[in-house]
Design a protein around this ligand. Sequence first.
Ligand code: ZN
Length: 270
Amino acid sequence: MDTLDRLAIHTMTTKPWDLPTACAKYAAAGVPGVGVWRQWLDGRPLSESRTILDDHGLKAVSVVRGGFFPYLDETGRREAHEDNVRSLDEAAAIGAPQVVLVCGARPELSLTENRKQITDGIAYLIDHASSVGVKLAIEPLHPMYADCRSAINTISQCNDMIDQLGEDWVGIAADVYHIWWDPQLAQEIKRAGKRIIGFHVCDWVTPTNDFLNDRGLMGEGCIDNRGIRQLVESTGFEGPIEVEIFSDRHWVSDQVDYLEKIITAYREHV
Ligand code: ZN
């Protein structure tokens, strides 16, 4: 049986739990990793969040999220950059090796302009990433979000950007929810190679009733989580496997039972 050594859970997955509760429950269940959403850091000093993780023997595997690069004016550009700098500082403070980038998009701009601003925005962050020792993990988002959440929608686009940006401080977070449908997936994951630095799992349910908050637990839908894991691991990836599920349906259930289901689904379907 697969051990839980590589399992990580995003705090968003068990949204009703605050950071101290999530850490206590994850640790008790033997889950070693946490994908920390920035909202879970609010309201206390970063050092205190670090202590909460450390006291439970947990490792922050990612801070989620930075990005949202496209802007309409110079103030917007500067604010996005400053917020991204803060996200890198937060990751460094809690010991997370990467910030996941949801790159953003503005419906007022063309896709070409959105993508140019994203590439430029990431390029401008690399110095800070390097100075704090935290990597930037570009997460391509499903194209249904290309209007306002991300104009970066495939691993192929990430590879093209990283060809330009260099791969020392920029990598790719491969989230099955966003990439499972891609006919170029196998070849682009192979092309990415060691650029794959994050792997997120969940499932796509049919029908999907809400395009944001109706993700499934692994095994509830049509995504070949195990097959995509094999593709990702064939690049040499040995990092954490992060469960990231936004689900109104699961958030209203008993979260302790749900955590057990997550662990079972991880063992059986990932
Ligand atoms: Zn993700």
